[in-house]
Design a protein around this ligand. Structure first.
Ligand code: ATP
Length: 231
């Protein structure tokens, strides 16, 4: 598989307004792609179309070669971290790991426990009592426990302080290096992602404005960024 995500003329509208319009893009397999755009640009809409939470009003979306609305098994191969990590706050990380195992055949509970243990996240404390950064790590560990081929993250660091942002990006990049998943993560700030992504999609006013290899785009526009690391 050379393409993890592909959209053609994809559109979604609410009433008369298009939240996403004529969106044609690909995310090549094995890449870390940044989906960047200001508030209201259509980032969440695109990710929700990709995981089948929304149905398109125009065009098509293919994820790992399948159509998300038509393939219930597809979600077992795709990890999704939704915006603001809406976890069940009365449960502990241990509870959530156990519950995930009942819902997913390919679930690796040990991997999730190990990952959170390494970060010293209290597994038996209620998620509502954890810090925002710790909750984000729990959401990431749950998404990774599926051993996903494609990992989608919707503004995972938007509400975190700088230290928690850095720790989250380090954990994410460590996991990607270990498992080799394709990643698409959104942010309204390119600065959050520029050092870790190698592919860039810029959305603005519901349309794709920029798409391609970060190195090629930087060379084309004669731009420079800092070293590509998460620390
Ligand atoms: P943010 O960074 O603020 O999350 P975004 O880039 O993720 O923004 P979307 O949430 O996809 O953008 O929203 C795109 C557009 O669609 C916005 O104008 C938004 O107001 C509109 N929109 C999103 N969801 C709905 C909805 N359920 N009903 C009506 N309009 C919606």
């Amino acid at each position: 598989m050379t393409t993890a995500l592909e959209t053609t003329g994809l559109g979604k509208r609410y009433g008369r307004d298009w939240a996403l319009r004529d969106c044609s893009l690909t995310v090549p397999a094995g890449r870390v792609a940044a989906l960047v755009g200001p508030n209201g640009a259509g980032k969440t809409t695109l990710l929700h179309l990709a995981v089948g939470l929304l149905r398109p009003d125009a065009g098509t979306v293919r994820v790992l070669g399948r159509s998300p609305g038509d393939d219930p098994d597809l979600l077992s191969r795709v990890g999704f971290v939704a915006q603001d990590t809406p976890l069940y706050r009365d449960f502990t990380a241990t509870d959530l790991i156990t519950m995930g195992g009942r819902l997913n055949r390919s679930w690796d509970a040990e991997l999730a426990r190990e990952r959170l243990g390494q970060l010293r996240i209290p597994l038996d404390r209620r998620v509502g009592k954890l810090s925002g950064g710790q909750r984000a790590q729990v959401a990431l560990a749950l998404a990774l426990a599926k051993r996903p081929e494609l990992l989608l993250l919707d503004e995972p660091v938007a509400s975190l302080d700088p230290l928690a942002r850095r720790e989250f990006m380090q954990a994410l990049m460590g996991a990607v290096a270990e498992h080799g998943s394709t990643v698409l993560l959104s942010s309204h700030l390119l600065g959050d992602l520029e050092r870790v992504c190698d592919y860039l999609i810029v959305l603005q006013a519901a349309r794709v404005q920029v798409l391609g290899d970060v190195d090629a785009l930087l060379a084309e526009h004669r731009l420079l960024v800092g070293p590509r690391r998460a620390d």
